[in-house]
Design a binder for this molecule. Structure first.
Ligand code: PMV
Length: 371
C-alpha cells in the first residue's frame, strides 16, 4: 500500500459498531480492451467500457465490529445458496484491504450476493461482484469514519478498491462510460482507478446504445483472463498493442463525441478481433472463439452491408458476442437475431441489455441512486 492509503490507519480508533449496507452494481463491456497488467493490478494500456443496465450483482453485508472480535466472514451466499468455495478468494481480498480499511481487522461479516444474470450468460460476473463488494466496504468505512468523503471521492475510492479485486471491476462504479488507465486523452485519468467519461463529451445518441448478448458457448474458459494478462508480459506484439490501444481510444473518443457510429463500430470490432489475435499469438497460443462465433461475425457483417443498419460486434475474453446498435434499430436487429443468429447459439440463448446508469445503494429495501 502507498502512503496515501496508510493515512486511514493512523486516524482510526476502533469503535463498537454494527449495521448493514447493500449495493447493486452492474457488469461492464469494454470497447477498448484492458489486456495485460503490471504491478498490483495496474493496466498496461487505457481501456473504456460501458456498464450494462440489466446485468447486475446486488450485495449486502451485515457487519459487527468490536476490539475483541476475531475478524472473518461468517457466511457467504450467492442467490440464496451458501458458497463455501468462494470464501478463500473473498477472505484473501479483504485481507489485502486491511491497510486501507483498518476496521476489517475487527469485523465479522455475513455477505449475501444476488446476481440478475446466470453464470452462463456470457457476461464477466467478477466486475459486477467486486464492484458491489467494494461499494459495500467503502460505505461501511464512510459510516465509521469522522470525516465523510464527497460523492466523487467515495466513488473514486470504490473504483480503486474494486480494481484490487478484479481489474475491469473499477469501471463498474459509474453510470454510462468509464475510462481506466492514465492517458493524455482523458483529463484526470489514472492507472489506480477509473473515471467517468463526462456526458458532454458524448453525442446523446451514443448514450442510448443497445447490447444484445448472444451465448455461443457457456462452458468454462480454457484459459482464464488472469492467465491471458500474464501472457502479455513477454508477448511479441506487446509494444505495438500499447500503441494500438492508445490510437483506438483516440478514434473512439472522437467517434463518441461526433456521434459517428460507423467509426465507433470499426474501432470496437478491431478491438475485439485484436484481443483474440493477441491470445492466438501468445506463447503458448490459445483460441477462445468457437465456430458459432465466426459464423455470427460473418452474418453480422453481411447483414450490415445489405441492410445499411449499423450493428457491430464486440467480444469479451470468450466466444460470446455482444451486438451493439442504436435503440432505434432494435426491432429490425431483433428480427435478424431471431431468424439468422440463434441457430449458432447454445440453446438459442441470448439476452437484451444496454448502457446502464450505474450502481445503486439500497436502504432498508428502498433504493437510493448514487453515481
Ligand atoms: O478484469 P479482468 O482481469 O477479468 O480482465 C478483463 C479483460 C477483458 O474483459 C478481456 C477486457 C476488459 O477490459 O474488460
Amino acid at each position: 500500500m502507498n502512503r496515501k492509503n496508510m493515512k486511514n490507519r493512523s486516524s482510526y480508533t476502533i469503535k463498537e459498531a454494527s449495521g448493514r449496507v447493500c449495493w447493486s452494481s452492474p457488469a461492464n463491456i469494454a470497447l477498448i480492451k484492458y489486456w495485460g497488467k503490471r504491478g498490483v493490478q495496474l493496466p498496461m494500456n487505457p481501456s473504456i467500457s460501458f456498464v450494462l443496465s440489466e446485468s447486475k450483482v446486488t450485495t449486502s453485508i451485515e457487519y459487527s465490529i468490536s476490539k475483541d472480535i476475531l475478524p472473518g466472514i461468517d457466511s457467504f451466499t450467492l442467490n440464496g445458496e451458501e458458497k463455501k468455495d468462494f470464501l478463500p478468494r473473498i477472505e484473501n481480498y479483504l485481507l489485502g484491504l486491511r491497510q486501507l480499511f483498518p476496521f476489517l481487522e475487527h469485523a465479522r461479516m455475513r455477505i449475501n450476493s444476488n446476481s440478475s444474470f446466470p453464470h452462463s450468460a456470457g457476461i464477466a460476473s467478477s466486475a459486477a461482484a467486486f464492484s458491489a463488494l467494494a461499494l459495500c466496504i467503502c460505505d461501511i468505512w464512510q459510516e465509521l469514519k469522522e470525516q465523510k468523503a464527497s460523492e466523487s471521492e467515495f466513488l473514486r475510492q470504490a473504483s480503486l478498491v474494486a480494481r484490487l479485486g478484479s481489474g475491469s471491476a473499477c469501471r463498474s462504479v459509474y453510470g454510462g462510460l468509464a475510462v481506466w488507465g492514465k492517458t493524455s486523452l482523458v483529463t484526470g485519468s489514472s492507472d489506480d482507478f477509473a473515471v467517468r467519461l463526462k456526458e458532454d463529451l458524448i453525442s446523446p445518441g451514443m448514450l442510448e446504445l443497445n447490447d444484445s448478448i448472444l451465448i455461443v458457448d457457456s462452458s468454462v474458459k480454457k484459459v482464464s483472463s488472469s492467465g491471458g494478462h500474464t501472457l502479455m508480459n513477454d508477448h511479441p506484439y506487446r509494444e505495438s498493442r500499447l500503441l494500438q490501444a492508445e490510437s483506438n481510444l483516440d478514434t473512439l473518443l472522437r467517434a463518441l463525441s461526433d456521434g459517428d457510429m460507423e467509426k465507433f463500430g470499426q474501432v470496437i470490432e478491431n478491438e475485439a478481433l485484436s484481443l483474440h489475435a493477441l491470445m492466438m499469438s501468445s506463447h503458448p497460443g490459445y483460441l477462445l472463439l468457437r465456430p458459432g462465433t465466426l459464423q455470427i461475425i460473418d452474418k453480422v457483417q453481411e447483414f450490415r452491408k445489405e441492410s445499411g443498419i449499423q450493428v457491430y460486434f464486440t467480444l469479451d475474453a470468450g466466444p460470446n458476442i455482444h451486438l451493439i446498435y442504436r435503440k432505434s434499430d432494435k426491432q429490425r436487429v431483433k428480427t435478424f437475431i431471431e431468424s439468422e443468429l440463434l441457430d449458432h447459439c447454445e440453446d438459442r440463448g441470448w439476452s437484451d441489455d444496454g448502457i446502464g446508469r450505474g450502481p445503486e445503494k439500497h436502504n432498508d429495501n428502498k433504493q437510493a441512486g448514487r453515481g
